[in-house]
Design a protein around this ligand. Sequence first.
Ligand SMILES: Cc1cc2nc3c(=O)[nH]c(=O)nc-3n(C[C@H](O)[C@H](O)[C@H](O)COP(=O)(O)O)c2cc1C
Length: 313
Amino acid sequence: MKFYLAPMEGITTYIYRNAYNRYFGGIDKYFTPFIASKKMNRRELNEILPEHNQGLCVVPQILTNRAEEFLQIARKIAEYGYDTVNLNLGCPSGTVTARKRGAGFLGVLDELDRFLDTIYTQSPLNISIKTRIGVSSVDEWAEILAVYQKYPVAELIIHPRLQKEFYQFTPHKEAFAAAAATLSDIPLCYNGDITSAQSLSAVLDAVPQTDCVMIGRGILRNPALVFQLKEHKNTNPCPKELLKAFHDEIFEGYAAQMSGETPTLFKMKDLWTYLIESFDGAQKHLKKIRKASGYSDYKIAVSHLFLECGIRC
Ligand SMILES: Cc1cc2nc3c(=O)[nH]c(=O)nc-3n(C[C@H](O)[C@H](O)[C@H](O)COP(=O)(O)O)c2cc1C
């Protein structure tokens, strides 16, 4: 089984990826959060700079519905030595889909087809796709698959939810099974709600030949998840010191990169939304972390949490 870390805007940054790789590892491929500006801003460039991704297998992700824009970004990415880019056809957020980008692009299949035709003909790089299964009905999926089938898709990562479902309800595993039955030439990767050995088994029950999964929130909540899945030790808790060292490295990374305490703490608080799940009875500590307005309050709140709470996973 291959394991990929899901791209998550603002969270799975190069700072997170490097710390993750150092303390946990076991990830076969990392994906950058989406790049959406054709001139590539500083934050986007930071994600792809080779010196920020040493020793990692990284695929930059692009979010656009304009072929020329895609090609411009892909050419720039190619200059940094990458061989593959990923196209985001999964983002469900209203601001993205209103402009027919991300999962919203799935609602205008003719346009998507023309876009894919251009980029697959002219891109200097291989193109993988990360997709949802439709906008508002599972009936859309068969036609979407028929479009993908026309192109040399390097890899198709399927998050089998509809755009309108956002992150709710259970992923439609039967849609992933339909893709596995239809697309014999495109390597597939399953994504969505893998948080334990049981949820991974449920995917394997639906599609026994699954050999690649992408995990996002499950890893953010329990950074030891991939290790546990590989070792079949769901109950083996992650050592606290390891988690603390991992946290500290991310903190130091942001503190060195960001301009000031407030933006650094903003990043760390985002991460804690997920990481708090690694601890038992930590809600009161989470409140203190969220309230912290400077490094010293923050560090005190975090050290109390590590001292007083046990590891859950
Ligand atoms: C806060 C947040 C940011 C995300 N950012 C991106 C992104 O930049 N690109 C993308 O393809 N998916 C993005 N996703 C979706 C995840 O990559 C993934 O598909 C989704 O979380 C389902 O996988 P999971 O259940 O393992 O978390 C984001 C999800 C969340 C919750």
